[in-house]
Ligand binder design. Structure first.
Ligand code: 5GP
Ligand code: MN
Length: 335
């Protein structure tokens, strides 16, 4: 993978571009993709944003979100556009399998592939150009850097600023995680000067749910959370039945894994959700417990030091058993 700085010159010619992100996009994945797409369009490129899957209701307010193609529900159209693409920007993921059914299409495409990402252990050989930096708070910060370093700060408007800010607050837990550097705050100051309405972004992301979701959270915290004080660990296991009973929709479980970390002494929080095709894991930690390694070793996943995800193919009760064994194996690191 060659350094991303080399593409500024190549982008002086108008290109047909696809911007894509990881499946089930979060505010950082969707926000960075829409922000980059907004800037590239202003530079004169023809840009389509394609998401590998659908996305949560709480991202639908984002400027440009209505034009995003869902690869799963609009596959023919998305494939036709991918086939035309001269450039594919891959945002907020480190390995092509994170784009689910799009992975093979991207791998076999002759387009120039550009990575902008902050996850650990990137699959560098899959990309022509790019930047991978695990010290960055978010892919939105990296898109901002890319735009500013290329001399395109003037192209950032209030809509692009809103998309970037959404990813920043999503991935920094509203400025609390350690990667929230001075540069992040400086970036937000610039976004404010571009007309960013930060209150509206917070409300759109966090005060925009249905009653069912809050009832669901109450239910799982009361009935589905186990605490293992001797391992400073908490586990929430959500069954298919729980999802059905509360009409849980894409995005409704976002943030659920953070609740157990509010308990004194808890260093590792795990959430497993029984999805049709797999048991989907989320891991969050505080301090020096490395959940990237943990997810890679036991649950075919990865991510960041303090936030990661993974999957189990076995049924839910066995997945829970796997977790408890893994937790016990890590007793020393969890102290
Ligand atoms: P979440 O729990 O929100 O699904 O994921 C937490 C973080 O880990 C996010 O940054 C997400 O992109 C990343 N992540 C989730 N699942 C995987 C995975 O299977 N592999 C890798 N490399 N990262 C993942
Ligand atoms: Mn991210």
């Amino acid at each position: 993978m060659e350094p991303i700085q080399e593409i500024y010159k190549l982008l002086e010619t108008p290109r047909t571009v696809v911007v894509t992100m990881h499946q089930k996009p979060d505010p950082d994945a969707m926000g960075s993709s829409l922000a980059l797409s907004g800037v590239l369009k202003k530079m004169g490129h023809t840009v389509t944003v394609i998401s590998p899957t659908n996305w949560p209701e709480f991202l639908k307010w984002m400027p440009g979100a209505r034009q995003v193609l869902d690869y799963e529900s609009s596959q023919d159209k998305a494939v036709a556009i991918l086939n035309q693409a001269e450039w594919i920007f891959c945002l907020d993921f480190n390995a092509l399998h994170r784009t689910k059914h799009m992975a093979d299409r991207i791998a076999s495409s002759n387009a120039v592939k550009v990575l902008i990402d902050h996850h650990q252990q990137p699959e560098l050989s899959a990309f022509t150009y790019g930047v991978s930096d695990v010290s960055k708070s978010s892919t939105c910060e990296m898109v901002y850097d890319f735009v500013v370093n290329g001399g395109f700060t003037d192209l950032i408007d209030a809509d692009i600023a809103a998309c970037l800010y959404a990813g920043i607050i999503g991935d920094t837990g509203s400025f609390r995680f350690p990667a929230t550097s001075a540069a992040v705050h400086e970036m937000v100051a610039t976004l404010k000067n571009k007309g960013l309405n930060h209150t509206a972004v917070h409300e759109n992301l966090y005060d925009n749910f249905l009653e069912d979701r809050l009832r669901f959270i109450g239910h799982v915290l009361l009935h589905r959370m186990e605490i293992f004080y001797e391992y400073n660990t908490a586990l929430i296991a959500v069954s298919k039945n729980d999802l059905l009973r509360y009409n849980v929709r894409t995005g409704d479980t976002e943030g659920l894994v953070n609740y157990p970390l509010t308990i004194q002494g808890i260093k590792l929080s795990a959430l497993v959700i029984d999805r049709d095709e797999e048991r989907k894991w989320s891991f969050r930690s505080k301090g020096n417990f490395d959940v990237n390694t943990f997810a890679r070793k036991y649950f075919s996943g990865g991510g960041h030091f303090n936030a990661s995800g993974g999957r189990s193919a076995v049924p839910l009760p066995e997945a829970v058993k796997q977790f408890k064994e893994a937790m016990k194996e890590n007793e020393t690191q969890l102290q």
